[in-house]
Design a protein around this ligand. Structure first.
Ligand SMILES: C[S@@+](CC[C@H](N)C(=O)[O-])C[C@H]1O[C@@H](n2cnc3c(N)ncnc32)[C@H](O)[C@@H]1O
Ligand SMILES: [Zn+2]
Length: 189
């Protein structure tokens, strides 16, 4: 339901170009030539486990650097119309969704054939963000993440109807942070 087109509930990605993920650090020698630093940034490693926020969640296994590209949100790619046909009714009266609106045209449905990113929960003070690039959605760290910490991003769910207090209550957030806004719903654009 992001971009006010769909009936089904979809999280949505930031459309801004994401910063390049940290890979091997490049350092400049005095002579100006680029060298690859000996110390490489470890590849982010994550695991799916039970979450204190909701159901299952995704947790960092090793330390993840701010800016690192962690994982791609994968699943079946379909039109918003097909997502509506499949989930429009199901989503009435349930806040549970595994749909991600990658673009105005494409929804990624992780319900049946999704990768582990589908288990990442929402937080109102997230340590990750979802970035869309060429129709693909990547989860990138926006803070340094310690081993054992749960990954989260802001779902910013946008529904077709007005975001009334009742609708917000029907999509409660249990992220538990001090500044929790109490709902998975985001701001209407
Ligand atoms: C893609 S699933 C994430 C995995 C989910 N924990 C599970 O076990 O199915 C998204 C759904 O998880 C729930 N969820 C995620 N973050 C939440 C939060 N902060 N508070 C309450 N429910 C949340 C909502 O039902 C949401 O639609
Ligand atoms: Zn919250």
């Amino acid at each position: 339901m992001s971009n006010n087109k769909t009936k089904s509930k979809t999280a949505s990605a930031s459309r801004k170009k994401s910063k390049k993920p940290l890979k091997n650090k490049e350092i400049k020698s005095k002579a100006g030539a680029k060298k690859t630093a000996a110390k490489k940034t470890a590849k982010p490693h994550v695991a799916v486990r039970n979450s204190p926020i909701h159901g299952r969640g995704v947790f960092a296994v090793n330390a993840i650097a701010k800016g690192a590209r962690i994982i791609e949100y994968t699943g079946e790619r379909m039109s918003h119309a097909k997502a509506d046909r499949l989930y429009g009714d199901l989503h009435d009266g349930s806040s549970h969704t595994m749909l991600f609106a990658a673009t105005d045209k494409v929804v990624i449905d992780a319900t049946k054939r999704g990768g582990p990113a589908r288990w990442i929960n929402h937080s109102c003070a997230p340590n990750c963000e979802a970035n869309e690039e060429d129709g693909r959605v990547f989860i990138d760290a926006i803070r340094a993440i310690r081993p054992g910490q749960e990954l989260s991003y802001d779902y910013s769910l946008v529904l077709e109807e007005r975001h009334t207090p009742k609708l917000k209550r029907e999509h409660p957030c249990h992220c538990g942070v001090r500044q929790c806004r109490g709902t998975l719903l985001g701001k209407k654009r």
